[in-house]
Ligand binder design. Structure first.
Ligand code: NAD
Ligand code: MG
Length: 401
């Protein structure tokens, strides 16, 4: 059966993840007006095959080429017409090609940059969850979208909130915006107590159910730091006009204060399907499966200042944004490496900000004229940070040096 001409064809990149799964949930609610035409994942072939059986895309991409044969054979054995692809180039070609008009950029980390940029250059509607690509190469990404006419709809809940208040990414008449932060699982903890935090504690977010990397970022408050940089690029505002407020209930997602003293806020339950439905339906409002907000049942809304002492990552991100050039790329890469080592139990929780601070000091900001310079800064920061993290135990049987 040929899809209707006005059927939205959606590529979900990072389909097996938390955002990808939520996006597919919303898409499946609107079978008459949109479908998932491309699904892409990192290395989990079985999870991708399950999604293909359920959503019947035209194309499935596994980034890790080692999974290609199993993906191809699995699709064939399931009797699916979905074509198998592997690797970053295939991912970028599908994100940019006629196979989709809308791209949900939900790969985690700098690994999402290539496909996000490809979609922006190709003029797609870009539902942007992959905040690391904006932190790493925000100017280039926004410029590419401007040139091609791509519409970026932010998916990060705070940025979706600002987008909904503004009804665009244009901050006309705006004095400042305020992003809210839940404060993460360790809100109110001292540095001493934070030293002994385990990965299991750090990924147990009190309000949001998310992938492991962003959960740790939320626990260190680096997530909010990355989001300030993200907001700077999306809405064209300088750092001093982007505030952060801790709001433990996670019901108010952001506030937009206008020059006339009026403040608009966006509220809703902490469920990413709302932001995804905004992006998929925009400018129309479509069902997301998320219930409305019962403020009487929720009780109080509280706000407090972030604790910059216990959570230095927010300050480090601010410093990287002020330094500009390659500094945000260094911040992001060092953080990705440190979070990965923390999740593997190789470093402590407080080593994360320490490693990021060291990388920023060792690799001073340089002008970032083009993508190559930024990617080189990313590589250098990863190498630097990996070297500072003690090497893993040698395999058994390795002779002692
Ligand atoms: P996740 O870990 O749950 O999922 C990540 C997805 O990326 C998986 O499908 C994985 O297979 C894929 N992936 C990983 N490496 C890849 C690679 N090299 N190539 C291709 N695919 C790869 O993460 P998540 O929580 O869904 O977050 C995804 C992005 O959305 C992140 O940038 C995060 O900051 C952002 N975000 C997430 C939430 C949330 O609620 N989860 C909220 C706001 C923003
Ligand atoms: Mg967010």
């Amino acid at each position: 059966m040929q899809p209707a001409a006005d059927m939205r064809q959606v590529a979900v990149l990072g389909a097996t993840g938390s955002i990808g799964t939520s996006a597919l949930d919303v898409i499946a609610r609107h079978g008459a007006r949109m479908r998932a035409s491309v699904l892409a994942a990192g290395c989990n072939v079985d999870a991708l095959l399950d999604l293909c059986a359920r959503h019947r895309p035209d194309h499935a991409v596994i980034a890790d080429a080692a999974g290609y044969a199993r993906l191809r054979d699995g699709l064939r054995d399931a009797g699916l017409a979905t074509r198998a692809h592997a690797g970053g180039q295939a991912l970028e070609a599908l994100a940019a090609g006629p196979e989709c008009d809308t791209v949900v950029a939900a790969i985690v980390g700098a690994a999402g940059l290539g496909s996000t940029l490809a979609a922006a250059r190709a003029g797609k509607r870009l539902l942007l969850a992959n905040k690391e690509s904006l932190v790493l190469a925000g100017e280039l990404l926004i410029a590419a979208a401007r040139r091609s006419g791509a519409t970026i709809v932010p998916i990060d809940s705070e940025h979706s909130a600002v987008f909904q208040c503004l009804r665009s990414c244009e901050p006309a008449g705006v004095r400042r915006i305020v992003l809210t932060a839940s404060g993460g699982p360790f809100r109110g903890w001292s540095r001493d107590r934070l030293a002994a935090v385990t990965p299991a504690q750090a990924v147990a977010h009190p309000k949001w159910s998310m992938g492991p990397k962003i959960s740790v970022d939320s626990a260190t408050l680096m997530n909010k730091g990355l989001e300030v940089i993200e907001a700077h690029h999306l809405f064209g505002l300088p750092a001093e006009r982007i505030g952060v407020l801790v709001h433990p209930q996670s019901l108010v997602h952001a506030l937009v204060e206008y020059v006339d003293g009026s403040t608009l806020a966006q509220l809703g339950l902490p469920d990413m399907r709302t932001a995804l439905a905004v992006g998929l339906g925009w400018p129309e409002r479509i069902d997301s499966g998320v219930a409305g907000l019962d403020l009487l049942a929720q009780g109080r809304l509280e706000f407090e200042a972030p604790d910059m002492e216990a959570f230095p990552c927010l300050r480090l991100a601010g410093a990287a944004l002020s330094a500009g050039g390659t500094a945000p790329a260094v911040l992001n890469a060092a953080n990705e490496e440190a979070v990965s080592a923390f999740l593997q139990g190789r470093i402590g929780f407080l080593d994360i900000p320490a490693l990021v601070e060291d990388a920023l000091a060792a690799l001073p900001a340089a002008p970032a004229g083009d993508l190559q310079v930024l990617l080189a800064a990313d590589t250098d920061a990863r190498r630097f940070t990996r070297q500072r993290i003690s090497p893993p135990m040698p395999p058994a049987g390795t002779p002692a040096a």
